[in-house]
Design a protein. Structure first.
Ligand SMILES: Cc1cc2nc3c(=O)[nH]c(=O)nc-3n(C[C@H](O)[C@H](O)[C@H](O)COP(=O)(O)OP(=O)(O)OC[C@H]3O[C@@H](n4cnc5c(N)ncnc54)[C@H](O)[C@@H]3O)c2cc1C
Length: 380
Protein backbone atom coordinates (compact mmCIF):
# COMPACT_ATOMS: atom_id res chain seq x y z
CA UNK A 1 0.00 0.00 0.00
CA UNK A 2 1.36 3.48 -0.87
CA UNK A 3 2.36 5.77 1.97
CA UNK A 4 -0.62 8.05 1.44
CA UNK A 5 -2.99 5.06 1.48
CA UNK A 6 -1.74 3.94 4.85
CA UNK A 7 -4.32 3.96 7.62
CA UNK A 8 -3.40 6.27 10.46
CA UNK A 9 -3.87 4.64 13.88
CA UNK A 10 -3.61 7.09 16.77
CA UNK A 11 -3.14 5.60 20.24
CA UNK A 12 -3.72 7.84 23.26
CA UNK A 13 -1.72 6.48 26.20
CA UNK A 14 1.44 4.38 26.24
CA UNK A 15 0.78 2.30 29.36
CA UNK A 16 0.51 -1.50 29.37
CA UNK A 17 -2.37 -1.43 26.91
CA UNK A 18 -1.03 1.20 24.50
CA UNK A 19 2.51 -0.18 24.42
CA UNK A 20 1.30 -3.76 23.88
CA UNK A 21 -0.84 -2.56 20.98
CA UNK A 22 2.05 -0.63 19.42
CA UNK A 23 4.17 -3.73 19.66
CA UNK A 24 1.60 -5.84 17.81
CA UNK A 25 1.04 -3.27 15.05
CA UNK A 26 4.54 -1.89 14.52
CA UNK A 27 5.40 -4.17 11.60
CA UNK A 28 2.15 -3.61 9.68
CA UNK A 29 3.18 -1.94 6.44
CA UNK A 30 -0.22 -0.44 5.69
CA UNK A 31 -0.52 1.27 9.08
CA UNK A 32 0.95 4.60 10.18
CA UNK A 33 1.25 4.56 13.98
CA UNK A 34 1.12 7.60 16.23
CA UNK A 35 1.46 7.42 20.01
CA UNK A 36 0.31 10.41 22.05
CA UNK A 37 1.23 10.32 25.73
CA UNK A 38 1.45 13.17 28.20
CA UNK A 39 4.36 11.40 29.87
CA UNK A 40 7.83 10.81 28.35
CA UNK A 41 7.90 7.23 29.62
CA UNK A 42 5.89 4.08 30.08
CA UNK A 43 5.60 3.49 33.84
CA UNK A 44 5.48 -0.13 34.95
CA UNK A 45 2.89 0.21 37.71
CA UNK A 46 3.08 -3.49 38.49
CA UNK A 47 6.54 -3.00 39.98
CA UNK A 48 6.32 0.43 41.57
CA UNK A 49 6.50 -1.04 45.11
CA UNK A 50 10.04 -2.19 44.26
CA UNK A 51 10.93 1.39 43.27
CA UNK A 52 9.49 2.93 46.44
CA UNK A 53 11.49 0.45 48.54
CA UNK A 54 14.72 1.28 46.69
CA UNK A 55 15.17 -2.23 45.23
CA UNK A 56 14.53 -1.16 41.63
CA UNK A 57 15.93 1.87 39.86
CA UNK A 58 13.96 4.25 37.66
CA UNK A 59 15.38 2.40 34.63
CA UNK A 60 13.74 -0.82 35.86
CA UNK A 61 10.25 0.68 35.95
CA UNK A 62 10.21 3.36 33.23
CA UNK A 63 10.77 2.97 29.51
CA UNK A 64 11.32 5.95 27.25
CA UNK A 65 8.59 6.40 24.61
CA UNK A 66 10.73 8.54 22.32
CA UNK A 67 13.45 5.88 22.08
CA UNK A 68 11.05 2.97 21.54
CA UNK A 69 9.06 4.87 18.92
CA UNK A 70 12.16 6.07 17.06
CA UNK A 71 13.53 2.52 16.87
CA UNK A 72 10.25 1.24 15.50
CA UNK A 73 9.35 4.04 13.07
CA UNK A 74 6.43 5.19 15.19
CA UNK A 75 5.64 8.88 15.62
CA UNK A 76 5.64 9.91 19.29
CA UNK A 77 3.90 13.06 20.44
CA UNK A 78 4.42 14.02 24.06
CA UNK A 79 1.22 15.91 24.80
CA UNK A 80 -1.97 15.56 26.78
CA UNK A 81 -5.09 14.96 24.73
CA UNK A 82 -7.83 17.22 26.05
CA UNK A 83 -10.72 16.32 23.78
CA UNK A 84 -11.84 14.03 20.99
CA UNK A 85 -13.99 14.96 18.03
CA UNK A 86 -15.44 11.54 17.25
CA UNK A 87 -17.58 12.80 14.40
CA UNK A 88 -14.76 14.36 12.41
CA UNK A 89 -12.02 11.90 13.46
CA UNK A 90 -9.50 14.07 15.25
CA UNK A 91 -8.15 14.63 18.76
CA UNK A 92 -7.08 17.96 20.26
CA UNK A 93 -4.15 18.41 22.64
CA UNK A 94 -3.80 20.87 25.54
CA UNK A 95 -1.53 22.88 23.22
CA UNK A 96 -4.53 23.15 20.90
CA UNK A 97 -2.93 21.00 18.23
CA UNK A 98 -5.11 18.76 16.14
CA UNK A 99 -4.33 15.15 15.14
CA UNK A 100 -6.45 13.29 12.59
CA UNK A 101 -6.98 9.56 12.72
CA UNK A 102 -8.48 6.77 10.64
CA UNK A 103 -8.58 4.58 13.76
CA UNK A 104 -8.36 5.82 17.33
CA UNK A 105 -7.45 3.69 20.35
CA UNK A 106 -8.09 5.22 23.77
CA UNK A 107 -5.73 3.68 26.35
CA UNK A 108 -5.53 6.39 29.00
CA UNK A 109 -5.57 4.04 32.02
CA UNK A 110 -6.81 5.01 35.45
CA UNK A 111 -6.11 7.37 38.34
CA UNK A 112 -6.16 6.61 42.07
CA UNK A 113 -9.35 7.32 43.98
CA UNK A 114 -9.32 9.91 46.77
CA UNK A 115 -12.92 10.12 48.03
CA UNK A 116 -13.87 13.65 49.07
CA UNK A 117 -15.79 12.23 52.08
CA UNK A 118 -12.39 11.53 53.66
CA UNK A 119 -11.43 14.91 55.07
CA UNK A 120 -8.09 16.36 53.84
CA UNK A 121 -7.32 13.33 51.70
CA UNK A 122 -6.09 15.48 48.81
CA UNK A 123 -3.86 17.63 51.06
CA UNK A 124 -1.94 14.78 52.69
CA UNK A 125 -1.84 11.98 50.10
CA UNK A 126 -0.40 11.55 46.63
CA UNK A 127 -1.29 9.41 43.61
CA UNK A 128 1.28 6.61 43.41
CA UNK A 129 0.61 6.31 39.67
CA UNK A 130 2.72 9.43 39.02
CA UNK A 131 6.51 9.16 38.78
CA UNK A 132 7.18 12.40 40.72
CA UNK A 133 5.05 11.11 43.60
CA UNK A 134 6.93 7.80 43.58
CA UNK A 135 10.16 9.78 43.99
CA UNK A 136 8.61 11.56 46.95
CA UNK A 137 7.71 8.27 48.68
CA UNK A 138 11.04 6.60 47.83
CA UNK A 139 13.02 9.48 49.26
CA UNK A 140 10.84 9.73 52.39
CA UNK A 141 11.27 5.98 52.98
CA UNK A 142 15.05 6.14 52.54
CA UNK A 143 15.29 9.11 54.94
CA UNK A 144 13.21 7.27 57.51
CA UNK A 145 15.38 4.14 57.24
CA UNK A 146 18.53 6.22 57.68
CA UNK A 147 17.24 8.29 60.61
CA UNK A 148 17.75 5.76 63.45
CA UNK A 149 13.95 5.58 63.74
CA UNK A 150 12.10 4.73 66.92
CA UNK A 151 8.31 4.34 67.18
CA UNK A 152 7.96 5.45 63.57
CA UNK A 153 4.99 4.40 61.49
CA UNK A 154 4.15 3.67 57.87
CA UNK A 155 0.44 3.48 57.11
CA UNK A 156 -0.85 1.88 53.95
CA UNK A 157 -4.58 2.44 53.52
CA UNK A 158 -6.12 -0.18 51.21
CA UNK A 159 -5.54 -3.90 51.59
CA UNK A 160 -5.98 -4.92 47.96
CA UNK A 161 -3.15 -6.27 45.80
CA UNK A 162 -1.40 -2.89 45.38
CA UNK A 163 -1.52 -1.96 49.08
CA UNK A 164 -0.44 -5.43 50.18
CA UNK A 165 2.53 -5.47 47.78
CA UNK A 166 3.69 -2.03 48.96
CA UNK A 167 3.31 -2.92 52.66
CA UNK A 168 5.19 -6.24 52.28
CA UNK A 169 8.00 -4.70 50.25
CA UNK A 170 8.52 -1.88 52.78
CA UNK A 171 8.29 -4.22 55.79
CA UNK A 172 10.76 -6.63 54.16
CA UNK A 173 13.21 -3.76 53.52
CA UNK A 174 12.92 -2.62 57.14
CA UNK A 175 13.73 -6.15 58.37
CA UNK A 176 16.56 -6.58 55.88
CA UNK A 177 18.15 -3.44 57.33
CA UNK A 178 18.14 -5.04 60.78
CA UNK A 179 15.30 -2.87 62.09
CA UNK A 180 12.19 -4.09 63.90
CA UNK A 181 8.58 -2.98 64.34
CA UNK A 182 9.75 -0.97 67.38
CA UNK A 183 11.75 1.10 64.95
CA UNK A 184 9.17 1.31 62.16
CA UNK A 185 5.72 -0.28 62.35
CA UNK A 186 4.06 -0.97 59.00
CA UNK A 187 0.25 -1.01 59.26
CA UNK A 188 -2.24 -2.03 56.59
CA UNK A 189 -5.75 -0.55 56.97
CA UNK A 190 -8.54 -2.37 55.13
CA UNK A 191 -12.22 -1.42 55.44
CA UNK A 192 -13.49 -4.95 54.71
CA UNK A 193 -13.15 -7.91 57.08
CA UNK A 194 -10.01 -9.25 55.38
CA UNK A 195 -7.13 -8.08 53.22
CA UNK A 196 -7.52 -9.04 49.53
CA UNK A 197 -11.31 -8.90 49.90
CA UNK A 198 -13.16 -11.16 47.47
CA UNK A 199 -10.06 -13.08 46.44
CA UNK A 200 -9.28 -16.78 46.64
CA UNK A 201 -8.95 -18.10 50.27
CA UNK A 202 -5.50 -19.55 49.46
CA UNK A 203 -4.20 -16.10 48.51
CA UNK A 204 -5.77 -14.49 51.58
CA UNK A 205 -4.39 -17.10 53.99
CA UNK A 206 -0.84 -16.96 52.55
CA UNK A 207 -0.88 -13.15 52.55
CA UNK A 208 -1.95 -12.95 56.20
CA UNK A 209 0.82 -15.43 57.12
CA UNK A 210 3.36 -13.28 55.29
CA UNK A 211 2.14 -10.12 57.03
CA UNK A 212 2.65 -11.89 60.37
CA UNK A 213 6.18 -12.92 59.36
CA UNK A 214 6.98 -9.33 58.43
CA UNK A 215 5.33 -7.86 61.58
CA UNK A 216 2.79 -5.95 59.51
CA UNK A 217 -0.17 -4.92 61.65
CA UNK A 218 -3.51 -5.40 59.87
CA UNK A 219 -6.50 -3.25 60.83
CA UNK A 220 -9.76 -4.61 59.34
CA UNK A 221 -13.34 -3.35 59.28
CA UNK A 222 -12.33 0.28 59.78
CA UNK A 223 -12.14 3.11 57.26
CA UNK A 224 -10.00 6.23 57.21
CA UNK A 225 -12.40 9.09 57.88
CA UNK A 226 -10.08 12.08 58.29
CA UNK A 227 -6.42 12.74 57.54
CA UNK A 228 -4.30 15.07 59.66
CA UNK A 229 -0.72 16.19 59.08
CA UNK A 230 0.81 13.26 60.97
CA UNK A 231 -2.09 10.94 61.85
CA UNK A 232 -5.30 9.54 60.46
CA UNK A 233 -8.64 9.22 62.21
CA UNK A 234 -10.38 5.91 61.67
CA UNK A 235 -14.14 5.34 61.47
CA UNK A 236 -14.19 4.29 65.18
CA UNK A 237 -12.50 7.67 66.05
CA UNK A 238 -9.19 5.93 66.83
CA UNK A 239 -6.18 8.08 65.87
CA UNK A 240 -3.23 6.33 64.20
CA UNK A 241 0.00 8.31 63.77
CA UNK A 242 2.09 8.09 60.62
CA UNK A 243 5.44 9.23 59.28
CA UNK A 244 4.59 7.99 55.79
CA UNK A 245 1.03 7.58 54.51
CA UNK A 246 0.11 5.77 51.32
CA UNK A 247 -3.43 5.66 50.01
CA UNK A 248 -4.19 2.75 47.68
CA UNK A 249 -7.92 2.19 47.85
CA UNK A 250 -8.69 1.78 44.17
CA UNK A 251 -8.79 3.55 40.84
CA UNK A 252 -11.22 5.09 38.39
CA UNK A 253 -10.99 5.53 34.63
CA UNK A 254 -8.76 8.38 33.47
CA UNK A 255 -11.25 9.62 30.97
CA UNK A 256 -10.72 12.47 28.54
CA UNK A 257 -13.46 15.11 28.95
CA UNK A 258 -16.43 13.58 27.21
CA UNK A 259 -18.44 16.16 25.30
CA UNK A 260 -20.09 13.52 23.14
CA UNK A 261 -23.29 12.45 24.82
CA UNK A 262 -23.46 9.34 22.65
CA UNK A 263 -20.31 7.88 24.23
CA UNK A 264 -21.31 5.89 27.31
CA UNK A 265 -19.37 5.82 30.59
CA UNK A 266 -20.02 3.94 33.82
CA UNK A 267 -19.97 5.64 37.27
CA UNK A 268 -16.29 4.70 37.60
CA UNK A 269 -15.47 6.92 34.60
CA UNK A 270 -14.76 3.89 32.41
CA UNK A 271 -15.83 3.75 28.78
CA UNK A 272 -18.39 1.09 27.99
CA UNK A 273 -17.22 -0.88 24.96
CA UNK A 274 -18.95 -3.43 22.75
CA UNK A 275 -17.86 -7.02 22.10
CA UNK A 276 -15.02 -5.77 19.86
CA UNK A 277 -13.73 -3.11 22.32
CA UNK A 278 -15.26 -0.44 20.09
CA UNK A 279 -16.62 2.72 21.66
CA UNK A 280 -20.24 2.89 20.52
CA UNK A 281 -21.49 4.30 18.20
CA UNK A 282 -18.13 5.00 16.51
CA UNK A 283 -16.91 2.19 14.31
CA UNK A 284 -13.29 3.35 14.12
CA UNK A 285 -12.72 4.04 17.85
CA UNK A 286 -11.49 1.33 20.23
CA UNK A 287 -10.70 1.55 23.95
CA UNK A 288 -8.50 -0.84 25.95
CA UNK A 289 -6.88 -1.15 29.38
CA UNK A 290 -8.05 0.28 32.70
CA UNK A 291 -10.17 2.89 30.91
CA UNK A 292 -12.73 0.29 29.74
CA UNK A 293 -15.52 -1.64 31.32
CA UNK A 294 -15.35 -5.02 29.58
CA UNK A 295 -16.81 -8.45 30.24
CA UNK A 296 -14.74 -11.46 31.32
CA UNK A 297 -16.03 -14.18 28.98
CA UNK A 298 -15.48 -16.92 31.55
CA UNK A 299 -17.27 -15.41 34.55
CA UNK A 300 -19.58 -12.99 32.68
CA UNK A 301 -18.58 -10.45 35.30
CA UNK A 302 -16.58 -7.27 34.58
CA UNK A 303 -12.86 -7.79 33.94
CA UNK A 304 -10.59 -6.57 36.72
CA UNK A 305 -8.37 -3.67 35.58
CA UNK A 306 -5.03 -5.42 35.30
CA UNK A 307 -1.91 -5.36 33.18
CA UNK A 308 -2.83 -8.87 32.09
CA UNK A 309 -6.26 -7.78 30.79
CA UNK A 310 -4.69 -4.70 29.12
CA UNK A 311 -2.23 -6.90 27.22
CA UNK A 312 -4.88 -9.39 26.04
CA UNK A 313 -7.22 -6.57 24.97
CA UNK A 314 -4.34 -4.96 23.02
CA UNK A 315 -3.62 -8.23 21.20
CA UNK A 316 -7.25 -8.68 20.22
CA UNK A 317 -7.60 -5.06 19.15
CA UNK A 318 -4.45 -5.24 17.00
CA UNK A 319 -5.93 -8.23 15.16
CA UNK A 320 -9.27 -6.46 14.77
CA UNK A 321 -7.78 -3.25 13.39
CA UNK A 322 -5.90 -5.28 10.77
CA UNK A 323 -9.07 -7.24 9.97
CA UNK A 324 -11.13 -4.08 9.72
CA UNK A 325 -8.64 -2.56 7.28
CA UNK A 326 -8.73 -5.74 5.20
CA UNK A 327 -12.53 -5.92 5.29
CA UNK A 328 -12.49 -9.18 7.30
CA UNK A 329 -14.94 -10.16 10.06
CA UNK A 330 -13.80 -8.99 13.49
CA UNK A 331 -12.99 -11.37 16.36
CA UNK A 332 -15.44 -11.16 19.24
CA UNK A 333 -14.26 -10.60 22.85
CA UNK A 334 -12.70 -13.87 24.07
CA UNK A 335 -10.82 -12.55 27.09
CA UNK A 336 -10.91 -14.16 30.51
CA UNK A 337 -8.71 -13.72 33.54
CA UNK A 338 -5.92 -16.32 33.70
CA UNK A 339 -5.12 -15.65 37.35
CA UNK A 340 -3.03 -13.44 39.54
CA UNK A 341 0.48 -13.22 40.98
CA UNK A 342 1.26 -11.18 44.08
CA UNK A 343 4.71 -10.14 45.24
CA UNK A 344 5.00 -10.46 49.02
CA UNK A 345 8.28 -8.65 49.51
CA UNK A 346 11.91 -9.61 49.14
CA UNK A 347 13.68 -11.80 46.60
CA UNK A 348 11.92 -15.12 47.29
CA UNK A 349 8.35 -14.54 48.27
CA UNK A 350 5.33 -14.39 46.00
CA UNK A 351 2.03 -16.19 45.70
CA UNK A 352 -0.38 -16.71 42.89
CA UNK A 353 -3.24 -18.60 41.38
CA UNK A 354 -2.83 -19.25 37.68
CA UNK A 355 -5.26 -21.36 35.62
CA UNK A 356 -6.72 -22.61 38.94
CA UNK A 357 -3.32 -23.77 40.22
CA UNK A 358 -2.00 -22.35 43.48
CA UNK A 359 1.60 -21.12 43.36
CA UNK A 360 3.86 -19.88 46.11
CA UNK A 361 7.50 -19.06 46.90
CA UNK A 362 10.18 -19.12 44.24
CA UNK A 363 7.97 -20.62 41.49
CA UNK A 364 5.43 -17.79 41.80
CA UNK A 365 8.22 -15.24 41.84
CA UNK A 366 9.88 -16.86 38.83
CA UNK A 367 6.63 -16.67 36.81
CA UNK A 368 6.20 -13.02 37.85
CA UNK A 369 9.77 -12.25 36.75
CA UNK A 370 9.16 -14.05 33.45
CA UNK A 371 6.09 -11.88 32.78
CA UNK A 372 8.13 -8.78 33.66
CA UNK A 373 10.92 -9.72 31.24
CA UNK A 374 8.50 -10.66 28.44
CA UNK A 375 6.93 -7.21 28.69
CA UNK A 376 10.14 -5.21 29.15
CA UNK A 377 12.12 -6.98 26.40
CA UNK A 378 10.11 -4.91 23.89
CA UNK A 379 12.26 -1.97 24.96
CA UNK A 380 15.70 -3.65 24.77
C1 LIG B 1 0.71 -0.65 42.72
C2 LIG B 1 0.08 -1.40 41.57
C3 LIG B 1 0.36 -2.75 41.41
C4 LIG B 1 -0.21 -3.47 40.35
N1 LIG B 1 0.10 -4.80 40.21
C5 LIG B 1 -0.43 -5.50 39.17
C6 LIG B 1 -0.07 -6.86 38.96
O1 LIG B 1 0.70 -7.45 39.74
N2 LIG B 1 -0.60 -7.52 37.89
C7 LIG B 1 -1.44 -6.89 36.99
O2 LIG B 1 -1.87 -7.54 36.01
N3 LIG B 1 -1.80 -5.61 37.17
C8 LIG B 1 -1.32 -4.89 38.23
N4 LIG B 1 -1.66 -3.57 38.40
C9 LIG B 1 -2.60 -2.95 37.46
C10 LIG B 1 -1.91 -2.52 36.17
O3 LIG B 1 -0.73 -1.79 36.46
C11 LIG B 1 -2.86 -1.68 35.33
O4 LIG B 1 -4.03 -2.45 35.09
C12 LIG B 1 -2.22 -1.31 33.99
O5 LIG B 1 -1.10 -0.48 34.21
C13 LIG B 1 -3.23 -0.58 33.11
O6 LIG B 1 -2.62 -0.25 31.91
P1 LIG B 1 -3.19 0.90 30.99
O7 LIG B 1 -2.35 0.90 29.76
O8 LIG B 1 -4.65 0.77 30.84
O9 LIG B 1 -2.98 2.26 31.81
P2 LIG B 1 -1.67 2.98 32.34
O10 LIG B 1 -0.57 2.02 32.56
O11 LIG B 1 -2.14 3.81 33.49
O12 LIG B 1 -1.24 3.95 31.16
C14 LIG B 1 -2.02 5.03 30.73
C15 LIG B 1 -1.14 5.98 29.92
O13 LIG B 1 -1.97 6.98 29.36
C16 LIG B 1 -1.34 8.25 29.45
N5 LIG B 1 -2.42 9.25 29.43
C17 LIG B 1 -3.47 9.33 30.27
N6 LIG B 1 -4.30 10.33 29.92
C18 LIG B 1 -3.75 10.90 28.82
C19 LIG B 1 -4.15 11.99 27.99
N7 LIG B 1 -5.29 12.68 28.20
N8 LIG B 1 -3.35 12.32 26.95
C20 LIG B 1 -2.20 11.63 26.71
N9 LIG B 1 -1.79 10.60 27.48
C21 LIG B 1 -2.56 10.23 28.51
C22 LIG B 1 -0.57 8.16 30.77
O14 LIG B 1 0.50 9.09 30.80
C23 LIG B 1 -0.10 6.70 30.76
O15 LIG B 1 1.16 6.57 30.15
C24 LIG B 1 -1.09 -2.82 39.45
C25 LIG B 1 -1.37 -1.45 39.59
C26 LIG B 1 -0.79 -0.74 40.65
C27 LIG B 1 -1.10 0.73 40.80
Amino acid sequence: MEANLKKRVVIIGGGYAGVSLLHKLKNERNIELILIDKSQSHLLQTHLHKYISGHYSLDDITFNHEKYCKENSIEFICEEVSSINYKDNYVISRENLLYHYDYLVIATGSVSVFPSQIKNVIEYTKDIKRIDNLDYYRSKFQKLLDSSPHNSSILVVGGGVSGLQIACEMAYTIKAKGLTKDNIQVTLVEGMDTILPGMDPFLIEKSIQRCEELDIKIINNLFASKILEDSIILSNKEEVPYDILLFVIGAIGNNIANHDKKVEENPRNQLIVDDYYKVNPYDNVFAIGDIVQAIDTNTNDFQAPTAQASRMQAELTAKNIIRDINGDTLIINNISNKGILIDLGGPNCAIGRLLNINLSGRIALWVKKLIYSLHTKKFN
